[in-house]
Design a protein around this ligand. Structure first.
Ligand code: PZK
Length: 286
């Protein structure tokens, strides 16, 4: 890509600079499970994630402006505005899972939210909660309380991102629930534009930064299957792999089944056929 300089690599994405104001986010077909990137790719996974994110950006810009400038014809690359990213991860949880469940079991709280006693793993919370985390360069993000988050971004900005994150989650979770998918939680990232306005960056509600559960298989008191990655996890569990790198190669049936789940999530959530998206990515922008 001669017109762009590489600036950062994520586990499954690459970031390039186009010019002083614009970045290019490219979603690969790499997949991670148990925090390890596997040697086998899932064809079109990056396109599904890019298309879903763009769909949500298009449908939430009345709530919060976002960094999306254009989708490229390859379906996996997003041109976006360069922002000054805030140094916190903005997590919203509607259900008690992952590190939220871990913290609740240990303390009865998540990020300073005292929750009712006796909740089960994966139970729906009385109302969605904003649970910010630090951005770890390596290892896991660390959940933080309001005072710690306010030290990082300022109390006023924190109140603004909390309100924005809760509104965004409510819209997406309601839409997903009407299409048979529970959006258990999500991680959003915000930045500031050149006028210090709050702008939604990164990705919006792709399955890689949200927990998607099929509603018809949901029950509290355990870990519901992941809408997209369950075949991969189940296969990895059959191997006795110790979940340290390198990860295993995936057989063709696991690759095909997982690709089908990504495409199904895309089509259920957007109501648009994935083939239409491949022909013209802009169809998701509405
Ligand atoms: C930005 N990342 C995460 C790391 C990736 C992505 N609009 C923006 N302005 C400035 N910075 C970023 C963004 C966005 N989005 C995002 N790091 C910086 C990241 C590695 C690879 F694809």
């Amino acid at each position: 890509m001669p017109e762009a300089t590489h600036v950062a690599s994520g586990k499954v994405r690459e970031l390039y600079a186009l010019d002083t104001d614009r970045l290019l986010l490219v979603a690969s077909d790499r997949i991670s499970t148990f925090d390890v990137v596997l040697p086998t790719e899932i064809p079109d996974k990056g396109r599904v994630l890019t298309g879903l994110s763009a769909f949500w950006f298009g449908r939430t810009s009345h709530l919060v402006p976002n960094h999306l400038l254009a989708l490229r014809a390859d379906g996996r690359s997003t041109e976006c505005r360069r922002l000054e990213m805030l140094p916190i991860e903005c997590v919203v949880r509607g259900y008690l899972s992952g590190s939220g469940w871990k913290d609740y079991r240990a303390t009865g709280e998540v990020c300073g939210h005292r929750l009712p006693s006796g909740l089960s793993e994966s139970e729906q919370l009385p109302e969605p909660i904003f649970t910010p985390a630090t951005k770890a360069q390596t290892g896991h993000d660390e959940n933080i309380d309001r005072a710690t988050a306010a030290k990082l971004v300022g109390a006023e900005r924190l109140a603004e991102v909390e309100e924005a994150a809760l509104e965004l989650y409510a819209l997406a979770a309601d839409h997903a629930r009407n299409r048979g998918i529970i959006l258990a939680d999500t991680k959003l990232e915000f930045g500031l534009d050149d006028a210090d306005r709050l702008v939604l960056g990164d990705e919006a509600f792709p399955p890689d930064s949200s927990r998607f559960w099929p509603a018809d298989a949901y029950a509290p008191g355990g870990t519901p299957p992941s809408f997209d990655k369950q075949f991969v996890r189940d296969y990895c569990e059959t191997l006795g792999w110790d979940k340290t790198p390198p990860g295993p190669e995936l057989p063709a049936d696991v690759v095909e089944g997982t690709r089908a789940r990504y495409v199904e999530a895309f089509e259920r959530l957007t109501g648009i056929s994935f083939d239409e998206y491949l022909a013209d990515p802009d169809v998701v922008l509405g």
